[in-house]
Design a protein around this ligand. Structure first.
Ligand code: GDP
Ligand code: IMO
Ligand code: MG
Length: 421
């Protein structure tokens, strides 16, 4: 029986998962999302066009691919319906190409309001959430109150909706948070109606049927390993299991059925939202990374915080995910740096550590190793041999530290700007 391959982010999200999944899709029959929701923004560039996907898997633009929204995902019908309409406008038959798990949880309009209320109440210590209702929706899931996609077809869906909404309105009053959800609610029910054209499936059965037929499946992660609810920089994390383990729970795949684990990282590092970021740069170098890298959120437009590559954190993510192949993205953004730094350890008070500790907070001082930059444009490179020696040395160091080969290198946002070794 075939295994499920996985693509997931090793940093704080936005590593370039959308691009890589789109590039890899021709090798796969099925692409499936297993966690997260519309907090994700996955960008794809091809044929001179750009698309940003939030809930729909990034295989959707490739002929012959089946795309599954798995049980571990949380779905906002407004955002999903908008996304579907945009893709349909390109001529793609979405009903044929997209299946949605009955077990995926719904994000209600009041989940969004609760997200905003919780953030407002936290004040300065806010998470910096995308305000898409992710945290409250997963809280209702684990609290055993949630509504699921399959519930849409139940005769008492409206009563269930109203009961959960009432509970949320009560909570919002506790927050003393004034919010008008009526307008969004109307759109929400329109979204719910439009989703009824799609087949709601037992996605775990569908995935296993495909595996039994020797079909190839790629699981597409959202967010990044350092935003994982268990092992990320808690509480500044998202509310789902972003690690490889999330594929098992979010798609219903046994651990023994996981195949290749592709771990994606940027040649430097970014983060959007609050929380520790040991290698963050507050100087002109950080600003250069943001401008050259166009580091502004694909979902919220917020400027992303930028810094050097953090190998301590990367090695931790490689270990926690069982990464079998690394993918380095946005290598071209470092074209014009004389010196490139990489964190190889942390100074934590009076001790030095080379692992990602529980105490990973703002008091960490990174210990850097410096590399000479390549100082030339690598955007047109299409085979590994063509890269300058300084670039090859940078890659070799990362491979040696992580103990995993870098198998794909990205030198631009377009599908074509990719080197597969
Ligand atoms: P995701 O959330 O992991 O899918 O990543 P995002 O789409 O949020 O952010 C990655 C951004 O970098 C997008 O704007 C991509 O188009 C862009 N991108 C991806 N790979 C490369 C690359 O190798 N070079 C450059 N310059 N941009 C890239
Ligand atoms: P993709 O899939 C980057 C961040 C938010 C915030 C924290 C919690 O595009 O890589 P949430 O809305 O999930 O409650 O926010 O997580 N965050 C992301 N950062 N990329 C993402 O997704 C993110 N999804 C959530 O900024 O700090
Ligand atoms: Mg993104």
């Amino acid at each position: 029986m075939k295994k499920v391959d996985v693509v997931l982010g090793l940093q704080w999200g936005d590593e370039g998962k959308g691009k890589v999944v789109d590039v890899l899709t021709p090798n796969y029959d099925v692409i499936a999302r297993f966690q997260g929701g519309p907090n994700a923004g996955h960008s794809l560039h091809f044929g001179g066009k750009k698309f940003v996907l939030h809930t729909v898997p990034s295989g959707i633009f490739r002929d012959g691919s089946m795309n599954i929204i798995g049980n571990g995902v949380v779905v906002d019908p407004v955002i999903l319906a908008e996304e579907i309409a945009q893709i349909e406008a390109t001529g793609i038959d979405m009903v044929a190409r997209l299946k949605i798990s009955k077990r995926a949880h719904l994000i209600l309009p009041t989940h969004r309001a609760l997200d905003a209320a919780s953030e407002a109440a936290k004040g300065k210590s806010k998470i910096g959430s995308t305000l898409k209702g992710i945290g409250p929706a997963y809280m209702d899931k684990t609290g055993r109150n949630g509504l699921r996609v399959g519930d849409i077809l139940l005769p008492d869906f409206m009563e269930r909706y109203q009961a959960l909404k009432d509970k949320h309105l009560f909570q919002l009053r506790q927050y003393d948070y004034q919010v008008d959800v009526d307008a969004y609610e109307q759109e929400w029910f329109r979204g719910v109606e439009s989703l009824k054209r799609f087949e709601f499936v037992d996605s775990e059965m569908l995935v296993h049927d495909y595996l039994a037929k020797d079909a190839t499946i790629l699981a597409e992660g959202a967010q990044g390993s350092l935003l994982d609810i268990e092992f990320g920089t808690y509480p500044f994390v998202t509310s789902s299991n972003t690690l490889c383990a999330g594929v098992c729970t979010g798609l219903g795949v046994a651990p023994t059925r996981i195949g290749e684990v592709y771990g994606i990282f940027k040649a430097y590092c970014t983060r959007v939202g609050s929380g520790p970021f040991p290698t963050e740069l507050f100087d002109s170098t950080g600003e250069t990374l943001r401008q050259v890298g166009n580091e502004f959120g694909a979902t919220t437009g917020r400027p992303r915080r930028c810094g050097w590559l953090d190998l301590v954190a990367l090695k931790y993510a490689v270990m926690m995910n069982g990464v079998t192949a690394l993918i380095m993205m946005k290598s071209d953004i470092l074209n014009d740096f004389d010196t490139i730094k990489v964190a190889v350890g942390y100074q934590l008070g009076d001790k030095q550590v080379d692992y990602f500790p529980y105490e990973a907070d703002d008091s960490i001082v990174p210990i850097y190793r410096e590399f000479p930059g390549w100082n030339c444009d690598i955007c047109n490179v299409r085979s590994f041999d063509e890269f300058p020696q300084q670039f090859k040395d940078y890659v070799a160091f990362i491979e040696a530290e992580c103990g995993v080969p870098v198998k794909i290198i990205s030198v631009g946002p377009d599908r074509e700007e990719t080197i597969i070794r």
